[in-house]
Design a protein around this ligand. Structure first.
Ligand code: DAH
Length: 365
């Protein structure tokens, strides 16, 4: 081993410090410590070499050696601090939170357009004293047809393309179906209560239907029923007129024309004057025919009128069927399609949009 001198101590110190300055990983720091300050490290070897020197030299170089040791230890500590601070700074840089950024919006859902319109419709009737009730979607023939004055074999059954439930009773009949309208709730409600009755019934209906822009095999209806002593056709007109004004604007006019539904007499269909063209295209020869749409009003097809629901005075047979005395009580009923109302209100041109689950459509409402 070479002689320990003041110079060799100085050189060793310089080399060690130069090496230290280049280290930037904690693992490499530990290696550095072992190789310079460890039991077999460079400085330790030098200090050990002192024992062979004369006392005077030993004292002098020993002091230098100890000073070198302190210098190396202090520098090691400082470098370790620098490295860990640099690490923290890098991590903080990556995870930095900018508190001035706007928050991420919480993804809330929204009500389906049908639900919105159903609520608008029922709200209008609730404001006029009606209650809201709901009924079963799987229904008996008895309520869907029989109680509504539509017996087995009656040609009016063809008005409702029916989805029958695959269940046969002892008599060999298929008495169960998916309700084709909400009207079966008329009898169900009247069986449970005595007059006065004022209800609206929103709910899903089903029909064996080839789908197109205006037909779906499943859709909603809102049924209405009011029965009491002394109810007249004037009550029907007044109530439905008020409803139309609430949904389509206070300036609306309504029109009633004869129509046939077996459970009402007389039966009507109700139209409102066209809120899009205000009836101004009426004289363009509009026939209400949907195929001809040559630049006129696409809402009323130049007829000036839009049909929005069926209605009528409850048939005496229907009242008698639930045990109400038709001599004492009269009433009116109506049924409307919320999707149709929504299509009119929002200018939707295809009913199939409602249940195709396309968010681009649904988010517009
Ligand atoms: N249930 C009828 C349908 O689905 C609509 C209807 C018409 C309901 C006249 C009524 C009514 O209550 O009085 O076509």
């Amino acid at each position: 081993m070479s002689q320990t001198t003041a110079q060799s101590i100085q050189e060793l110190t310089n080399t060690a410090l130069t090496e230290l300055a280049e280290i930037d990983a904690p693992e490499a720091l530990e290696q550095w410590r072992v190789s310079w300050l460890g039991r077999r490290g460079g400085l330790t070897a030098i200090l050990r070499g002192l024992s062979q020197l004369a006392l005077e030299q030993r004292r002098e170089l020993g002091a230098l050696g100890n000073q070198a040791k302190t210098t190396l230890e202090e520098n090691l500590e400082r470098r370790a601090r620098e490295i860990s601070q640099a690490r923290l700074a890098r991590a903080a840089d990556q995870e930095r939170i900018d508190v001035t950024l706007p928050g991420r919006p919480v993804a809330t859902g929204r009500l389906h357009p049908t639900t919105q319109v159903v609520r608008e419709i029922t709200d209008a009737f609730v404001a006029m004293g009606f209650s809201v009730v709901e009924g079963p979607e799987v229904e008996w023939d008895y309520y869907n047809f029989e109680r509504l004055n539509i017996p087995q074999g009656h040609p009016a059954r063809d008005m409702w393309n029916t989805l029958w439930v695959d269940y046969v009773n002892e008599a060999g009949q298929q008495p169960m179906l998916l309700r084709t309208h909400t009207s079966p709730m008329q009898a169900r409600v009247m069986e449970q209560t005595s007059p006065p009755v004022r209800v609206v019934v929103p709910g899903k209906c089903y029909r064996y239907e080839a789908t197109d822009a205006t037909h779906e095999w499943h859709f909603y209806q809102v049924e209405g029923l009011a029965v009491d002593a002394g109810i007249t056709f004037a009550d029907l007109k007044g109530t439905l007129y008020e409803f139309a004004r609430r949904l389509f604007g206070a300036e609306r006019k309504v029109r009633f024309r004869c129509d046939y539904f077996p459970f009402v007499e007389p039966g009507v269909d109700m139209s409102i004057d066209c809120f899009a063209c205000q009836g101004t295209t009426k004289d363009n020869g509009g026939s209400g025919n949907s195929s001809d749409n040559g630049g006129g009003c696409r809402i009323c097809r130049d007829s000036g009128w839009i049909e929005i629901m069926g209605a009528g005075m409850v048939h005496p047979q229907v009242l008698a069927g639930v045990g109400y005395d038709p001599e004492q009580y009269t009433g009116f009923a109506f049924g409307l399609g919320p999707e149709r109302i929504a299509m009119l209100k929002y200018g939707i041109d295809d009913i199939r949009h409602f249940y195709s689950n396309d968010l681009r459509f649904l988010r517009q409402f």
